[in-house]
Design a protein around this ligand. Structure first.
Ligand code: HEC
Ligand code: HEC
Length: 334
């Protein structure tokens, strides 16, 4: 069942593409089709952000002392929105990092991501681990009021929130991207923390005892600065869909119908640029060495066209010029 019956423009666009794309996408009427979050999981989320545990003093917006602020090394582009991110683990609990590419968060974990667009505080998204099973996550966005005094759960999302061009996704869309990995958490990972510019990087979370199995070797991305910037950008912006290990789901594979390439950076595949999934699966096919303008990844990322499947196909209406420049520079040097 599609969780979205109508609404955001990208949903309608997706339907057009799938209709045009024909046979390989048979069965999908919306490539973001994913199971609606189960009501019993969602029930764990309070109606107001002030009750989620992010703040010790909501009026002063003072973050609680057991909440950790962090920054991923590579951000998802959200049309220039400024974002802040936070994590809270239950007291004494650790993240199960037995598999460095699939961190499993303990029941009771919460993560928050706050969005400001054009200086306006618009929404704070929450992911909450509400059971032991890997998929037992509740997810919703809280939309702020104009005064910035409260934010309320908006399971249906919001278009052009608070008069900005920012669209808030519906709860049914969250797992479209977050369901792309077994972990469900996309930005708090070994890859994303290793080169984090924030105070809390991979060494720091290990030192704080937050990981069951700290990585044995340093996690270092391969290549020069240009390669790392491009590989990181593709990982953050594309790999939740273009990931050949995306968890199985019943029905047609609507997120990445062809499943022919993979932009995920993985611990264990960092010996060289050539060892990464991106290089192995996309170079000489979707990436033409030395020629960015002949590379389909660039063609897809350099426009936002409702009648043509530009990438990423949701969550953005403005081209990420800096990300694109990094991608072009790397391909030119290949
Ligand atoms: C277009 C894909 C996409 C959609 C849709 C999406 N997210 Fe995310 N989200 C990401 C990515 C990628 C990251 C990590 C990178 C970053 O934070 O910049 C992330 C990060 C987060 C984080 C910080 C923890 C983490 O996983 O890194 C939270 C909390 C979050 N999202 C909640 C939500 C909620 C709730 C919704 C639905 C209302 C949602 N997201 C919809 C892609 C998406
Ligand atoms: C929300 C899921 C999603 C994200 C995120 C996403 N894509 Fe796609 N991508 C798709 C779907 C679905 C198709 C197939 C539809 C089509 O070809 O029109 C596709 C097709 C493609 C294709 C054509 C090859 C093929 O298999 O059809 C390329 C190249 C591509 N994407 C690159 C990217 C790049 C680069 C990014 C990041 C900047 C990205 N995609 C992000 C879902 C996604």
């Amino acid at each position: 069942m599609s969780t979205r019956k109508s609404g955001a423009p990208c949903a309608r666009v997706a339907c057009l593409w799938i209709a045009a794309a024909g046979a390989f996408a048979a069965g999908c009427d919306d490539f973001r089709q994913c199971d609606a979050p189960a009501p019993d999981l969602q029930a764990a989320l309070p109606a107001a952000l002030s009750e989620t545990g992010l703040y010790a003093d909501f009026a002063a917006r003072a973050v609680a002392s057991d909440v950790v602020a962090y920054e991923p090394a590579f951000e998802l582009w959200s049309d220039g929105a400024e974002k802040r991110r936070f994590l809270r683990l239950p007291p004494g609990a650790k993240i199960d990092t037995g598999d460095q590419n699939t961190w499993q968060f303990p029941e009771g974990t919460r993560l928050w991501k706050e969005f400001r667009r054009d200086g306006v505080l618009v929404e704070t998204r929450v992911l909450a681990k509400v059971g032991a099973a890997p998929e037992a996550w509740a997810a919703v966005a809280y939309v702020w009021n104009a005064e910035g005094t409260e934010a309320l759960a908006a399971p249906g999302g919001a278009e052009d929130a608070l008069g900005t061009p920012h669209d808030v996704p519906a709860a049914g869309d969250c797992m479209g991207c977050h369901g792309g990995t077994e972990s469900r958490v996309l930005g708090f990972s070994a890859i994303q923390l290793a080169a984090s510019p924030g105070e809390v990087d991979l060494d720091e979370v290990a030192a704080r005892g937050m990981l069951s199995d700290p990585p044995e070797d340093p996690v270092v991305l391969p290549g020069d600065d240009a390669a790392r910037a491009a590989l990181g950008w593709l990982h953050a912006n594309c790999s939740h869909c273009h990931n050949q290990r995306r968890p199985e789901r019943s029905g047609a594979r609507c997120y990445d119908p062809q499943h022919s390439f993979d932009f995920t950076l993985r611990v264990g595949e960092l010996r060289s640029v050539e060892a990464t999934a991106t290089y192995r699966t996309a170079v000489d096919k979707w990436i033409t060495p030395g020629d960015p303008e002949d590379s389909e990844v660039v063609e897809r990322a350099e426009r936002r066209d409702p009648s043509w499947p530009s990438m990423p196909p949701l969550g953005t209406e403005v081209v990420d010029e800096a990300g694109l420049a990094a991608l072009r520079a790397w391909i030119r040097a290949l």
